[in-house]
Design a protein around this ligand. Sequence first.
Ligand SMILES: C[S@@+](CC[C@H](N)C(=O)[O-])C[C@H]1O[C@@H](n2cnc3c(N)ncnc32)[C@H](O)[C@@H]1O
Length: 403
Amino acid sequence: MTTVRDSSVQDAAASLRAAMVGALRDMDAITSERVAAAIAAVPRHLFAVGEPLEAAYAANNALVIKRGLNGAAISSLSATHIQAVMLEQAEIEPGMRVLEIGSGGYNAALIQELVGDGGKVTSVDIDPEIVARARTCLDAAGYDRVKVVLADAENGVPEGAPYDRIIVTAGAWDIPPAWVDQLSARGRIVVPLRMRGLTRSVAFDRDSLGLASHSYRLSGFVPMQGSGSHSERIVTLDEGVALRVDDESQQFDVEALREALRSPRLERWSGAAFDLPDELELFLVTSAPRVALLHASEELVERGYFAPSAAKGVPALIRGGSFAYRTKRPNEETGGFESGVFAHGPEAEAVAAQYVDLLRRWASDHCRRGAARLGYIPKAAGATEPSQGLVTKRHGVVTISWS
Ligand SMILES: C[S@@+](CC[C@H](N)C(=O)[O-])C[C@H]1O[C@@H](n2cnc3c(N)ncnc32)[C@H](O)[C@@H]1O
């Protein structure tokens, strides 16, 4: 029975939802009427239990559901703008069968709206508490047709396969064979995939070699747990200075790099404009064989030992015991910025020249949104090493080309 109080809450929620849909359209997270209608329909506050209505429908509305022993988030109700972007990438049609990896309930409800009565939604989570919570919230919001399964998604959910769409809502380092095997012939996987430390939500369709990207977007998610989890290696070079190394195959001469830190800084400028930093980062990390992300503390940046780019993490090219990373300075003529390079070590000149060349190539040939074409080639059954590719993973390789 709807009480007066319930109906006023529902009215308030509906108007906050309508405002949220408007804001998501303004930021181009929603680009289709179907996704707009789904987000307008699902009462998100019923999946944000215990939160004020305003928090459930705020513009930046990610909510942590559970933290691990070290205090880091391991489950969250993802921000609606990320969910909207991924649903747009997925292009879900009525009647489709969809697997969602990582449950919270809300996104599965959105997907149920998109597939309609003729479709089927399965959502899988590795954590029994999250599965129970998702089930309760889905039932309370009237989405009892969504199936919620407790399992490690490394093996997919074979009993519901094949899937027309697999939407992954935890940060993945690799694409397990089960996901490809359980995808229908016209299937698409939308996955926040980590490549050399950078995560992009990639929509992959099947192609003759494996998977080919349809689109990619900036993205961030709590990490995948279970047998597919993968941690970056943190290589400390000095107090407050470290490299984050994401590729298992990359080994560096750490002692020589520590020595390089003590050498004078070489500065080189590219003459090229600094623009679209997230696209540039992807280009840099995937365009050289030996790359890691360099991090320096705010204190070292403030004291002038490192460029500000290093405070957030910046792609560093490594060559023996030398390294180079990106910086920028104002360009008085254009009003924008010029990109440049700082380098250290005995081969500073050579590694700086290689970096400057990449910055110029980026600016002249590829500086626009969506210029990368990503592919995933699964390891042939029985093969021990992938035959080709740029970023080597456990189950295959990620390839990348730039138009
Ligand atoms: C960001 S949350 C999911 C958000 C959710 N889709 C929503 O509607 O807001 C990520 C979830 O992935 C789950 N997860 C992590 N690794 C997993 C794995 N190997 N298999 C299944 N679920 C996993 C976590 O337990 C967590 O609940």
